[in-house]
Design a protein around this ligand. Structure first.
Ligand SMILES: [Zn+2]
Length: 264
């Protein structure tokens, strides 16, 4: 079996220097990038890839100064609701309908909503070395790298850890693309009826990373140049499968794909 429906979500935005996304970009250029998540309709319900920002750390000015605003400004969707709940509601779904979660990595713009799944019978897929870094690397190193322990250090979360590539649901394969963070993963999605997608998430922020084969600007524990090899692997895999490789934070590609997949 494979994936029946793909629904891209936008859980907010980040106003940031382009150098965060493209190594060696013009340091004065800023971009407003979407905060992505993806809903996949699988056999036994909905699988959610990534969970967006933790709004409490954005709305409280004191917490905001601690966690955000060091060059990257977090922007929540309009309204005072929860961004993930709101986005699900807009596509006619509720949190209770999400039966599986997978996190590309533990950066705050991807893991900030995983707290919703604590205490629920919902496995949360992550790479072992990502979780190990997030929970065990010496404080404050992960926080300096945008990984906020408060987002995911909850004993009630039901972690499903992997060491490398693994099928996490029929038609959904997690692909280890470490570099941007120690256990970053991307996802290959096989569609019912043929075709599919490779969601790079932060292995490629922008289409430019893919087209011009440019490393992303941010990495943990390795030089940024080391993020190119996993991206080239995704590119080769997508080409071989005939699947579309989707960058994680592209301000044009993400809304266009969202529009394209609406009502499919
Ligand atoms: Zn990231």
């Amino acid at each position: 079996m494979s994936v029946r429906r793909v629904i891209p979500l936008t859980l907010g935005w980040e106003d940031l220097p382009k150098t965060v996304s493209v190594l060696g970009a013009d340091p004065t250029e800023r971009l407003l990038e979407p905060v992505p998540a993806v809903l996949l309709q699988v056999d036994d319900g909905w699988l959610l890839l990534d969970t967006g920002l933790n709004p409490a750390l954005v709305r409280d000015p004191v917490l905001y100064r601690r966690f955000h605003g060091h060059g990257i400004e977090a922007v929540l969707p309009p309204g005072d609701g929860d961004p993930l709940e709101q986005a699900l509601e807009e596509v006619g779904l509720a949190l209770e309908q999400v039966s599986v979660v997978a996190l590309s990595h533990l950066h705050n713009d991807h893991a900030g909503g995983v707290r919703h799944f604590a205490g629920r019978d919902v496995p949360v897929h992550v790479q072992r070395r990502e979780l190990d870094y997030g929970l065990n690397a010496p404080h404050p190193e992960p926080e300096r790298h945008g990984i906020f322990r408060v987002d995911f250090d909850d004993p009630r979360l039901q972690w499903a850890v992997a060491d490398g590539d693994v099928e996490i649901a029929p038609g959904v394969t997690a692909l280890l693309t470490a570099g941007h963070t120690p256990g970053h993963q991307s996802f290959m999605v096989d569609l019912e009826g043929g075709g599919g997608f490779v969601f790079a998430f932060d292995a490629a922020d922008l289409q430019e990373n893919i087209d011009d084969e440019k490393p992303v600007g941010g990495s943990v524990g390795v030089p940024p140049e080391a993020t190119l090899a996993p991206l080239l692997r995704l590119k080769a895999l997508a080409r071989e499968k005939g699947y579309r490789l989707v960058p994680g934070h592209d301000p044009h590609v993400w809304p266009a794909l969202t529009e394209e997949l609406r009502d499919t």
